[in-house]
Design a protein around this ligand. Structure first.
Ligand code: KG4
Ligand code: ZN
Length: 356
């Protein structure tokens, strides 16, 4: 079966063609991603209206490029999947309408994919991981710990009560005058800094719940930067703040993941994997902390390659194939969803700006 996947929920216009081969190394036939980072950089964050217009302008050529790269024609497609939410609604509409048009014209099934399910199932595209597994989802918009029981069966153990971790990287980078997106910039600067020179808090560390909080850490960075600015903020200071921030983030995420691993193992004694997904999974310090946390919990850490951790069309096409195998196709009347929690029954985490 051959699936076209379209991703337009944030600041990447992406399309990919994926087949359901048994060998994971030959599944991805093409994977084309056009980032809008340059368009959003002057604003230090994603501007929804700019994103929507850019998706509309580029989606056709990105889909064509994915088809050409895969050396398939529209007649070869068995189905077409698009991110149906959650995300910036203007962009989601662009992807969903493109997929519906192809499905209608070719008379093939259309599949609306939850963007978070795309991230969650990527480990099965690359590593054939069996259900259930523990998932740490760390991206620009989400920070969650979930048990993945099946293609459409998720139990949320923890979430952020305020900012997402990627957002904390991006906002802290902005405070430090670094570029956008902030995660890679902070990682680069941190490599030259000394985390021990500056102390930052570890919000939520040691709590019984599996929740996260990052807004206090971001405020602590702001206070620290203001103090340092009074003495003249040097390149060295920026590197030290980055190293300390990155260490604090990795420390709390590893701590929360250890807590979630206890809950996961209690519910699923045979469960074997901790899977990490989302753009922040590219961070090498975080990976090192998680490697230790996973092995202490008796779990194997699975991290897909960086290009499949950040937003892409292959994860949407793969989730589409998984849904197709379960008969979970969508109606052409499907309405794009700005919010779409993976676990609609999860208890509210508490806190002012709770993100589902
Ligand atoms: O999953 P993703 O591509 O988009 C969303 O769905 O949000 O994640 C983007 C986020 C951004 O906040 C970016 O700063 C962060 O991932 N990121 C990183 C790294 N690379 C990307 N954060 C920390 N370290 C990195 N190396
Ligand atoms: Zn994402």
């Amino acid at each position: 079966m051959i699936m076209l996947g379209i991703e337009t929920s944030c600041d990447e216009t992406a399309a990919a063609v994926v087949q359901d081969a048994t060998d994971p190394t030959i599944r991805i036939l093409s994977n084309v991603v056009q980032s809008q980072h340059g368009e959003h950089r002057p604003f230090g964050g994603v501007v929804p209206e700019i994103a929507a217009r850019s998706h509309l302008q580029h989606v056709d050529q990105i889909i064509s490029a994915a088809m050409v790269d895969a050396a398939v024609g529209f007649g070869d497609l068995d189905a077409v999947a698009a991110t149906g939410g959650p995300g910036l609604i203007g962009g989601v509409i662009v992807g969903v309408m493109s997929a519906k048009a192809i499905a209608l014209a070719r008379d093939i099934p259309f599949l609306a994919v939850n963007h978070l399910a795309g991230h969650a199932l990527t480990a099965r595209l690359t590593h054939d991981v069996d259900f259930p597994y523990l998932l740490l989802l760390v991206s620009g918009g989400h920070t969650q710990l979930l048990i993945v029981n099946g293609v459409a069966d998720y139990e949320r153990l923890g979430t952020t009560v305020d900012d997402a971790v990627g957002e904390a990287f991006d906002k802290s980078a902005k405070l430090l005058g670094l570029g956008y997106p902030g995660g890679p910039e902070i990682e680069k600067a941190a490599a030259k800094g000394d985390a021990a020179k500056i102390s930052l808090p570890r919000p939520m560390k040691g709590r019984d719940s599996c929740h996260f909080s990052f807004s206090g850490l971001k405020t602590a960075v702001r206070v620290k930067v203001r103090e340092l600015c009074d003495q003249g903020l040097s390149e060295r200071d920026i590197q030290n703040v980055c190293a300390s921030f990155q260490a604090a983030v990795a420390d709390v995420i590893a701590d929360r993941s250890r807590r979630a691993a206890e809950v996961f193992k209690r519910k699923n004694p045979a469960g074997r994997h901790l899977v990490v997904a989302g753009g922040v999974a590219a961070n090498l310090t975080l990976r090192a902390f998680l490697e230790t946390a996973a092995s202490d919990a008796g779990l194997e850490l699975i991290v897909p390659p960086p290009a499949l951790c950040t937003d892409n069309g292959a994860m949407i096409a793969w989730a589409g194939l998984e849904q197709m195998a379960q008969g979970l196709t969508s109606d052409l009347a499907f309405a794009p969803r700005p919010r779409w929690p993976l676990d609609p029954d999860a208890p509210v985490a508490g806190g002012a700006g709770v993100k589902a």
